[in-house]
Design a binder for this molecule. Structure first.
Ligand SMILES: C[S@@+](CC[C@H](N)C(=O)[O-])C[C@H]1O[C@@H](n2cnc3c(N)ncnc32)[C@H](O)[C@@H]1O
Length: 207
């Protein structure tokens, strides 16, 4: 029997940071993004985890950041660690936002713990939340899987994603234009983390 994302991440909590340190691809796309933003950009970080480093980095640069996460424990940790951002407990699959309300939406490794149909639905609604010219920045693992049972830091969970080219096509299907694409091999020194191909994409809503 698999566990839900809320159950898994409530149990992992801050250990996530020590299991997945030094994600250079994530840092690179964050720096690329920061170079393109006007001061005070409105940013939604989907699946904000512990708040570090994504919400913390964006808020420290002066942007207006709200993180959303289904795990009550992660929200509690993020609120304590990153007082410069807001954090709310919410399931991305049911989360709503006003159309055209965000300059940027980020989602790092938070669209993995759902089905492909749910990934597609989240991408489609994120595209409507962006202002014209706004960016959706995504980090994920590029793998051909739909609801595959796997072990994440010792927890049984179902996971889905797409190979890189298919993910690009999904963003384009949602009306976004991809302006950043990097595939990075990531290896953690944590014994329970296997090497993985991390995919980083940034896609823009046309002006
Ligand atoms: C692998 S962690 C990544 C955390 C953070 N984005 C980072 O890069 O460090 C995935 C996060 O997404 C959250 N998550 C997974 N599925 C979610 C869902 N359906 N709704 C909201 N949050 C979700 C988990 O609770 C977890 O905090």
């Amino acid at each position: 029997m698999t566990e839900t994302a809320a159950e898994v991440f409530d149990a992992i909590g801050k250990d996530y940071e020590t299991a997945f340190p030094d994600q250079h691809g994530r840092q690179a796309v964050l720096e690329w993004l920061l170079g393109r933003l006007s001061p005070g950009a409105t940013i939604a970080d989907l699946g904000s985890g512990t708040g570090r480093p994504v919400a913390e980095t964006l808020a420290a640069a002066g942007h207006d950041v709200t993180g959303y996460d289904v795990s009550a424990k992660m929200v509690e940790i993020a609120r304590a660690q990153v007082p410069a951002a807001r954090f709310e407990q919410a399931d991305l699959r049911t989360l709503t936002q006003p159309a055209g309300s965000r300059d940027v939406v980020t989602a790092f490794f938070s669209l993995l713990q759902m089905t492909r149909a749910e990934i597609d639905a989240v991408v489609a609604k994120v595209a409507t939340w962006l202002v014209p010219g706004g960016w959706f920045v995504l980090g994920t693992v590029a793998v051909d899987a739909d609801g595959v049972e796997t072990s994440f830091l010792g927890h049984p969970i179902r996971s889905s994603s797409y190979p890189a080219g298919t993910f690009v096509a999904r963003l384009e299907d949602a009306g976004l234009a991809v302006g950043y694409r990097e595939l990075v091999r990531y290896e953690s020194s944590h014994p329970a983390v296997r090497p993985e191909d991390q995919l980083y994409l940034a896609a823009r809503r046309p002006s």
